[in-house]
Ligand binder design. Structure first.
Ligand SMILES: *[C@@H]1O[C@H](CO)[C@@H](O)[C@H](O)[C@H]1NC(C)=O
Ligand SMILES: *[C@@H]1O[C@H](CO)[C@@H](O)[C@H](O)[C@H]1NC(C)=O
Ligand SMILES: *[C@@H]1O[C@H](CO)[C@@H](O)[C@H](O)[C@H]1NC(C)=O
Ligand SMILES: *[C@@H]1O[C@H](CO)[C@@H](O)[C@H](O)[C@H]1NC(C)=O
Ligand SMILES: *[C@@H]1O[C@H](CO)[C@@H](O)[C@H](O)[C@H]1NC(C)=O
Ligand SMILES: *[C@@H]1O[C@H](CO)[C@@H](O)[C@H](O)[C@H]1NC(C)=O
Ligand SMILES: *[C@@H]1O[C@H](CO)[C@@H](O)[C@H](O)[C@H]1NC(C)=O
Ligand SMILES: *[C@@H]1O[C@H](CO)[C@@H](O)[C@H](O)[C@H]1NC(C)=O
Length: 284
């Protein structure tokens, strides 16, 4: 079997006689080099992650983290969001409610009270529905599923609470975490740096009193299709073979990559009608 690849575009008409050689034409090719986070369908959509420090503790703070899905159409489906960051200092997470880290990390230097997570770069996921009430907070525990803003703004958010130790205990000494990553659930989101802003104000349920956070910062993540498709390049595979089995192409063809990691699974479907001489051509 021999194959040659090139940037052939246009259509091929094969008039090859008999049954010995078949021409296989796999899709046209273009390479997207842009990695800018931009979603043409919803250019102003974003996911904003807000950290509100609710109180100080002897060695750190208690924060409520809320993920708002401000995207019009793109919801976050099962298995849900995964949020990661890198601590600026040697912070640990003593405990969490409404969420958990996926790994505890090395807490061996702690005796007695063992932190929930000692990793420098914790990864947090939502808890599942049906979590005991004493581990829940408001807007948590939906298995990481968040609807889109257009679907229902009241459910387009998800929260968890964490108690952070070995951190600063004033708004001057707290260092904001760095390097936020969001998977929702696949790749595609790019998060900016955390920006400290005005403390959030909370209105009590009877609307008679307003309280406010000790300190608030926001992180904004935007979606890009270019990032979502791990290998946005396509290839043209022009092969001759005399067997029904297909020639593999290293990347999936354009337009059939909506299924993330399953590269290669689409190649068979992308085959043109090879027994009909007039139907070969490129698809985008
Ligand atoms: C994110 O979207 C919200 C709602 O549309 C908007 O108010 C906010 O300014 C956006 N944030 C950024 C950084 O674009
Ligand atoms: C920190 O707190 C002081 C007063 O307690 C306030 O004036 C200042 O704006 C706060 N800084 C931040 C970044 O919130
Ligand atoms: C941020 O994350 C990326 C990828 O995980 C890593 O390569 C980079 O070193 C990190 N930067 C910092 C400052 O931690
Ligand atoms: C964080 O984002 C929310 C939603 O866009 C906004 O209401 C709030 O003012 C922002 N807070 C800060 C500190 O930027
Ligand atoms: C086609 O290729 C497959 C796998 O390489 C092989 O098992 C099969 O016998 C071949 N068929 C013919 C007709 O050569
Ligand atoms: C993606 O692939 C999985 C496993 O092959 C399949 O169950 C699922 O239906 C596919 N989804 C789409 C949108 O093609
Ligand atoms: C191609 O060949 C297959 C099997 O012989 C047949 O089922 C199919 O209809 C043919 N397609 C065309 C477009 O001729
Ligand atoms: C091949 O395709 C042409 C145009 O689509 C159609 O008219 C013709 O009937 C097809 N031939 C076979 C054998 O299916």
């Amino acid at each position: 079997m021999e194959s040659l690849r090139g940037s052939v575009t246009g259509s091929i008409t094969s008039k090859l006689s008999g049954f010995t050689i078949l021409l296989l034409f796999l899709l046209s090719c273009s390479t997207f080099t842009s990695t800018e986070a931009y979603d043409a369908l919803d250019p102003n959509g974003n996911i904003t992650i807000k950290w509100d420090i609710m109180s100080w503790t002897p060695d750190g703070y208690v924060a409520v983290v809320t993920i708002f899905n401000f995207q019009q159409y793109r919801h976050i489906q099962a298995p849900g969001w995964t949020l990661g960051w890198t601590w600026a200092k040697k912070e640990v997470i003593w405990s969490m409610m409404g969420g958990q880290t996926t790994e505890q990390g090395d807490c061996s230097k702690y005796k007695g009270n063992i932190p929930h997570c000692c990793k420098k770069d914790p990864t947090v996921v939502d808890l599942l529905p049906g979590t005991p009430y004493n581990q829940q907070i408001e807007n948590c525990c939906k298995g990481g599923v968040i609807s889109s803003w257009a679907q229902d703004p009241t459910t387009a958010l998800s929260s968890f609470q964490l108690s952070v130790g070995a951190a600063g205990t004033t708004n001057k000494t707290v260092r904001v975490p760095k390097n936020f990553t969001l998977k929702a659930p696949g790749p595609g989101y790019t998060c900016g740096p955390a920006k400290v802003g005005k403390p959030t104000k909370f209105i009590t349920s009877d609307k008679r009193r307003v309280t406010q956070a000790m300190m608030t910062w926001n992180v904004t993540c935007t979606y890009s299709q270019f990032l979502a498709q791990k290998t946005p390049t396509c290839c043209v595979s022009l092969s001759s073979f005399n067997n029904e089995t297909t020639v593999s192409c290293p990347t999936c063809a354009c337009g059939c990559q909506n299924n993330g990691t399953e590269s290669g699974s689409c190649i068979k479907n992308a085959l043109p009608e090879i027994n009909n001489s007039s139907s070969t051509g490129s698809r985008d």
